[in-house]
Design a protein around this ligand. Sequence first.
Ligand SMILES: C[S@@+](CC[C@H](N)C(=O)[O-])C[C@H]1O[C@@H](n2cnc3c(N)ncnc32)[C@H](O)[C@@H]1O
Length: 320
Amino acid sequence: MKLILELSGEHPTLPRAEVIACLESGFKKFRIIDEGERILVVDVKNNVSKLSCLSLSHYVDEFLFSCSAEKLFDYAKTIRVDGTFKVKVKHIGEKKPSNLERKIGDLIHGKVDLKNPENEIRIIVSERCFVGKKILRIDRKQFESRKPQFRPFFSPVSLHPRLARAIVNLSRIKQNQILFDPFCGTGGILIEAGLIGAKTVGSDIDEKMVKGCEENLKFFGIKNYTLFQSDVGDVSVKCDAIVTDPPYGRSASTKKENIGKLYERAFEAFRKTLKKDGRLVIALPDKGFMELGKNYLNLLGAYPVMVHRSLTRYFCVYRK
Ligand SMILES: C[S@@+](CC[C@H](N)C(=O)[O-])C[C@H]1O[C@@H](n2cnc3c(N)ncnc32)[C@H](O)[C@@H]1O
């Protein structure tokens, strides 16, 4: 089945990388057949619902066609819809005022129902037009409801849940595989991993964090977890993936340890605990640490994310 994935514009490269990671972990076979600005067209074999775990995309549609803006009306005449439908137009980039929805709706063979349609025909207008039938809308509101301030145990150091889910997805973790966060803090990463069916293991040097993390996991109904107090250098969990957000030398504590030393010890531990081919996805404070990691594991990708004006963190994917 050919699908259109509409990516969010919140980062130039992460949304695409997240989709590719989900396709690699969830689908035996897939092929990218076309791309546009914030658009991926892919051919997949299995159940599309697996893509509902994405966090940095908006929609998954069944691909109908793509064409230039000039050809849109001609192509629209060929669409036949079983049951009622409505048309939705999304402009990527500059929005051109037009009553395109109405005009296209008039050309499609089928019955329009604007209130309660059985089908939604989606037209994404970018440098070309991509036209599809909606299959699923990514539930992005759910991530807002899990923001740090809505958890029973709060600390401001936790990542936004949407970003936490994206980095969990980048690790290519599958259901029932073990995902380990050795700097688990309040559990932001483990919550997202648990919600998509991974077995979660977390540790932190601070006992208070371990207790708080457990409280948070329980609050979100995560049952499959193991938590313990440990310095990162002492961990020996055999795991399929490590996804982690270590202290970055600012508000989060390093227990007075030099940050360079801490990262050396951490990378050494990750190399030992990761299974062969397993991924490490880690938030790093700067490019120097990215290079350091290469002494231990193979760097596959790096995604700088501006956390606020004076702090950019590098989300890096390594493979053992
Ligand atoms: C940036 S926070 C992690 C935030 C976490 N992702 C969350 O959702 O809350 C870093 C964590 O690393 C822990 N930490 C600091 N030094 C450590 C060490 N040597 N070994 C293990 N954990 C350590 C801190 O206690 C803190 O909870």
